[in-house]
Design a protein around this ligand. Structure first.
Ligand code: AHM
Ligand code: MG
Length: 345
């Protein structure tokens, strides 16, 4: 280890020199686009503030009396936890006040939330304020997932149809992960970058520039408890993952947290495939198109990976309802290609 006793501040200065905060990064990106209005920085600022507040609540969840069921159920009949409700309110408040958003599609709201006084605002945000909430009580990673769209037609009042856009029209997509550290990973269609929250500065700092998912990986993530209900092609693929074969590095490792962000984030960094297939209980899979699948699909494609429903590219699905579910095969390109090919066979 280097001895810095003669000049104790030196090493810190060195590290600080390369520090790029999220705010700085967004400002730099904006400067590259003539005519940028600053709308994105305002939306991101709202998301960032919301995430910092939720992060604070998540970190003290075991201490404060905010764990456990809230006693109400959301539109999909799932129990809401207190923190789900807090996170939903927090993001809706900040996004409503940023002056850029006309509507918010939230997992926790039955209908689109129309921002009061936001009729003339241009952007729509879809959000899962706290994904993986069944993991709150056991202290596993959870997160916030978001996508930003431009509304279709500014000449008339925004309506639900403006919210039902294909993933290919996303302007930005990202997630905050409240894990052993807190991170933001996002794309605006120009690669993927990751920022880690420096607790002492309370700033997200660029830590994972230009993230690329390995083309192939050795991890498969699926809830195997549902295997009796898997379609034949999915069962074949999972059996193939477990076979011994030196040349292809099999068997692969099975990793499943049951929190999409945590499972996705690990596979993004290490290479792997995440599958939530159709099952008898959930014929369209479990995960929601507008604020889970499309978001992750945009990120993974921008990182060099692939996302499919098994029959089509996720981002090309034409949504018919806000809380629509689709099957999801997502991750390293070669693994997803193989899984999808086996579905047909
Ligand atoms: P949630 O939005 O209600 O938290 O549910 C979504 C979560 C995902 O994070 C995760 O991938 C999936 O549910 C796990 O489902 P299962 O428990 O059926 O494996
Ligand atoms: Mg969710």
């Amino acid at each position: 280890m280097q001895n810095n006793s003669e000049n104790p501040g030196r090493e810190n200065k060195k590290t600080m020199k390369g520090l790029v905060t999220l705010e700085q990064f967004i400002a730099d990106q904006q400067a590259l686009h003539a005519g940028a209005t600053g709308a994105f920085s305002r939306i991101f600022r709202a998301l960032e503030l919301g995430a910092k507040m939720v992060n604070r609540d998540v970190r003290k969840a075991g201490l404060a009396d905010i764990l456990g069921d809230f006693g109400s159920t959301n539109v999909q009949g799932e129990e809401q936890k207190k923190l789900d409700v807090i996170a939903d309110e927090t993001f809706i408040n900040h996004l409503s006040r940023c002056g850029e958003v006309c509507a918010i599609i939230s997992e926790e709201q039955d209908e689109a939330y129309w921002v009061p006084g936001g009729e003339n605002n241009e952007y729509i945000v879809s959000i899962d304020p706290l994904d993986g909430s069944s993991n709150i009580d056991v202290n596993a990673s959870i997160g916030t997932i978001f996508s930003i769209y431009r509304r279709k037609d500014m000449s008339r009042r925004a309506e639900t149809a403006d919210c039902l856009q294909q993933g290919i029209y996303q302007l930005a997509a990202g997630y905050f992960i409240y894990g052993s550290s807190t991170m933001l990973v996002y794309t605006t269609g120009n690669g993927v970058n990751g920022f880690t929250l420096d607790d002492s500065l309370q700033e997200f700092c660029l830590s994972h520039g230009n993230l690329r998912i390995p083309e192939n990986g050795k991890i498969f993530s699926i809830n195997e408890g549902n295997s009796a209900d898997f379609p034949g092609g999915v069962s074949r693929y999972i059996s193939w993952c477990k076979e011994k074969d030196k040349e292809t590095n099999r068997p692969y490792g099975a990793r499943y947290i049951g929190s999409l962000i945590a499972d996705f984030h690990r596979n993004l960094l290490k290479g792997g495939i995440f599958i939530y297939p159709p099952t008898a209980k959930t014929p369209n899979g479990k995960l929601r198109l507008m604020y889970e699948c499309n978001t992750m699909a945009f990120i993974v494609e921008q990182a060099g990976g692939m996302a499919s429903t098994g029959t089509q590219r996720v981002m090309e699905v034409i949504p018919s309802e806000l809380h629509q579910r689709v099957p999801l095969f997502i991750g390293s390109k070669k693994m997803v290609e193989m899984a999808v090919a086996m579905l047909q066979g």
